[in-house]
Design a protein around this ligand. Structure first.
Ligand code: NAP
Length: 478
């Protein structure tokens, strides 16, 4: 079989390594960027880090003793993926600067087209295109009129010098909070425009000592133990968020509340930072330094809503003009875009747009009915909010390999999710979502157009169990 992998981020590198190791070496990884890294290549904002511990946010087969911190910085994470791709010698399968624009299923094969006009024909496609990568720009009057530098957080403009400048940030998600922590000590004035307050979980971020790293190097089984202990600890969080009445979610709420009460001194600021919904309803913010940073003399939290952007800065409802040199839009991503705007046409001429109207659905977030031999990693409705996406992708890839094996051993040409099985799972999923913390009274990118979380609503163990072996009765094989 010939394969195409789309994307050379975390999941695309994983796919390349696993296909290569399985001896399925007839494949190409198409990557629109000029190097590997995905989200870690695209996001370069100051303070970028991963709030999943580094020894967990690693491939299980490529643990490393070298992580600098419990939560290592973004460039180090990007360097890790780059090194693993080279160490496993899979860069040779990659074509950079090739954006796949269309995938069309015809006569039992997928025809691919790229923006440069390159064409390929493959038996199976693995879409490793990521989840949060299409910037969501805010619809604010006058945004284009701003005279200073203005960019989305994921398009950081490094030509702009922020040192000593007046910098405004719109948004208070994980991205903005990481930026605030890193920028206050550099900028002249930092203004954070908050529409909704966030719960913040405190988290220390100690560096690993030379002795610790030496012990990891000397005894690699320490790394394996650490990886599995962190997975167990993270599992507590993963299971808490899917049960809004669990004692664990109460513990998370108490820890966030204590963080606010104990660490924000000024009562007025404390009230401004106090959310009015339950902790972890929005993606929980994990930060070692946000409250400290926002209390610096050169930082200001603005809660009056934004009326418009003017050439000199941001005008808020109280009539104040917040003069700025730089305006950063930390306003998030279009979470339901997934592989789009790629034009994907399955069997019988059905387009992805048709299949995903009114919203994205996939069987176990991997396979879409009528899109044979088209497999997704971290597709719709998966455990994006509750676990390390690396383990999710590894488990999904193991499952996809079993689907491919079945094609090869059974003498079949096509496999795709059965529509009835997909509908039944989706109905069960939306029902289970009613118990989760994501529906307890906040807005977030987890929620679909109906207000139902577009994520995995069960304990992570169920995901592991589902991924162990496909139920082939839930697939159509031809
Ligand atoms: P986000 O969580 O979607 O936050 C967007 C922020 O922008 C929110 O505070 C939102 O306010 C605000 N906003 C949007 N439109 C606005 C407008 N028109 N006016 C004023 N405010 C507006 O985006 P993000 O911070 O980029 O994070 C997205 C996700 O990426 C995270 O949830 C996380 O999954 C991932 N991420 C992970 C890490 C990590 O360490 N692993 C780091 C960064 C990001 P409202 O709350 O009022 O809507």
């Amino acid at each position: 079989m010939r394969f195409a992998v789309i994307g050379a981020g975390m999941a695309g590198i994983l796919s390349a390594i696993k296909l290569d190791q399985a001896g399925l070496t007839d494949f190409t990884v198409y990557e629109k960027g000029d190097r590997v890294g995905g989200t870690w290549r695209e996001n370069t904002y100051p303070g970028l880090a991963c709030d999943v511990p580094s020894h967990l946010y690693s491939y299980s087969f490529a643990l490393t003793p070298e992580w600098s911190h419990r939560y290592s910085p973004g460039p180090e994470i990007c360097g890790y993926f780059d090194r693993i791709a080279r160490d496993y010698d899979v860069v040779r399968y990659m074509r950079f600067g090739e954006e796949v624009t269309a995938c069309t299923y015809a006569d039992g094969r997928w025809q691919l087209e790229t923006a440069s006009g390159h064409r390929d024909e493959v038996d199976a496609v693995i879409a490793a295109t990521g989840v949060l990568h299409h910037p969501r720009y805010p619809d604010i009057e006058g945004l284009d009129s701003f005279a200073g530098a203005c960019f989305h957080s994921s398009r950081w403009d490094h030509r702009v010098n922020v040192d000593g400048a007046r910098v405004g940030i719109i948004g208070t998600g994980s991205t903005a909070v990481q930026m605030v922590g890193a920028l206050t000590e550099r900028v002249g004035k930092l203004t954070l425009f908050q529409r909704t307050a966030q719960w913040v979980m405190p988290q220390e971020n100690p560096p690993y000592t030379d002795e610790e790293k030496a012990s990891f190097r000397a005894e690699p089984e320490h790394l394996t133990t650490l990886h599995s202990n962190l997975a167990d600890a993270f599992g507590i969080f993963a299971n808490a968020v899917v049960d809004s009445s669990s004692p664990e979610i109460k513990m998370i709420e108490d820890a966030c509340l204590a963080n606010l009460e104990d660490n924000v001194r000024d009562p007025e600021l404390r009230e401004a930072l106090r959310p009015t919904y339950r902790a972890a309803c929005k993606r929980l913010i994990i930060s070692p330094n946000f409250y400290d940073a926002i209390q610096q003399p050169n930082a200001e939290l603005v809660t009056d809503s934004i009326v418009r952007v003017e050439p000199e800065g941001v005008r808020t409802r109280d009539g104040r003009l917040h003069e700025l040199d730089v305006l950063v839009l930390a306003t998030g991503f279009k979470a339901n875009a997934f592989m789009r705007p790629m034009r994907i046409t399955g069997s019988r001429g059905i387009t992805l747009e048709q299949a995903w109207t009114p919203r994205p659905v996939a069987y176990l977030s991997i396979s879409i009915p009528d899109f044979p031999n088209f497999f997704m990693l971290n597709g719709p409705n998966g455990p994006v909010g509750n676990f390390s996406l690396i383990e999710v992708a590894e488990l999904q890839f193991g499952y996809i390999m079993q689907l491919i094996d079945r094609l090869q051993s059974g003498g079949y040409r096509e496999i795709s999710a059965d529509p009835a099985a997909t509908d039944a799972l989706e109905a069960e999923r939306t029902k289970a979502a009613e118990k989760t913390v994501w529906v307890t009274g906040c807005k977030s990118w987890y929620l679909d157009d109906r207000g139902i979380p577009a994520v995995w609503p069960w304990p992570f163990e169920r995901f592991r169990t589902e991924m162990r072996a496909p139920n082939f009765e839930h697939f159509q094989l031809r």
